[in-house]
Write a protein that binds this ligand. Structure first.
Ligand SMILES: [Zn+2]
Length: 273
């Protein structure tokens, strides 16, 4: 069955059966990934239950494997997938650290919807942008915002060229910090969920393979940074038009990236079958 099916259809019993079939199929194709997802949720719970603060170090992968009763490679994969969502940061040689506190359970819903209706990913990408635009209004009316955290987030992004997971953590941190300027926890929370789901899809092949993508060095890395700098500048200057243009440019780059990677991901999953 093509991966794109079914989508955007009414919820008839037939559709539901098809979706369940699709879900079962993906379960069989990627059992290791599903297991890693489950372990990722357990590690996330561990952070919440133990009230780990930002900057706190997670137990070693060996210890985590004992705690959740799973194998070390699965824990390793789970930890990397949490880094994708910007929840934790992996510092090579030092371990994994809490980057931000889990604030929402909505993410699971968004991820699930994309699993069930893969075609809806483009709508999630659009939604991500629509939510960002809410900050444009705020910037326009409020004028000066405290942008020190956003500038710090940009610095972190500039330093994030070690691995795909490091980049994604820094990128998520940047965009969530930006959205926080609107001072609305619901907006931040919904954005976080949608952004997580989108970047997980966009970059998962790099993360799972634990490879360093070519765009993390040289000219291409510079181009990535150049997509974010104007967002900071426009925010600092309280210029809604400039901000709108900067966000639009970032969005187009993300859409193009998704198209390119989409083909690659499809090709990879065919060969693994
Ligand atoms: Zn970005």
């Amino acid at each position: 069955m093509p991966r794109g099916e079914p989508s955007r259809s009414r919820s008839t019993a037939g559709d539901r059966a098809a979706r369940e079939e699709h879900y079962r199929e993906s379960f069989q194709v990627e059992p290791v990934t599903r297991m890693a997802d489950r372990v990722a949720a357990q590690v996330r719970d561990y952070i919440v239950d133990n009230e780990l603060e930002i900057g706190a170090r997670l137990p070693s992968e060996r210890r985590l494997a004992e705690l959740v009763g799973s194998s070390r490679p699965t824990v390793s994969q789970a930890v990397r997938s949490l880094a994708v969502t910007g929840l934790i940061e992996i510092r090579p040689g030092a371990g994994a650290f809490v980057l931000r506190k889990p604030t929402t359970a909505m993410g699971t819903g968004v991820q699930m919807m994309i699993e069930l209706e893969p075609d809806s990913i483009s709508e999630a990408v659009d939604m991500r942008h629509l939510l960002e635009l809410a900050v444009v209004d705020v910037i326009g009316t409020r004028g000066e915002a405290d942008i020190a955290p956003l500038e710090a987030a940009l610095e972190r992004l500039r330093a994030a060229h070690g691995s795909a997971s490091e980049w994604i953590a820094a990128d998520t941190n940047f965009h969530v910090t930006f959205i926080s300027l609107a001072d609305n926890r619901y907006l931040t929370s919904v954005f976080e969920s949608v952004h997580d789901a989108v970047v997980t899809k966009a970059y998962e092949s790099w993360i799972l393979a634990n490879e360093t993508p070519p765009w993390l060095s040289g000219k291409e890395f510079g181009a990535q940074i150049a997509l974010h700098e104007p967002i900071v500048t426009a925010t600092r200057e309280g210029d809604p038009e400039q901000l709108m243009a900067a966000l639009k440019k970032h969005q187009l780059a993300l859409e193009n990236h998704m198209k390119v990677r989409g083909n690659l991901v499809a090709r990879t999953s065919r060969t693994t079958r």
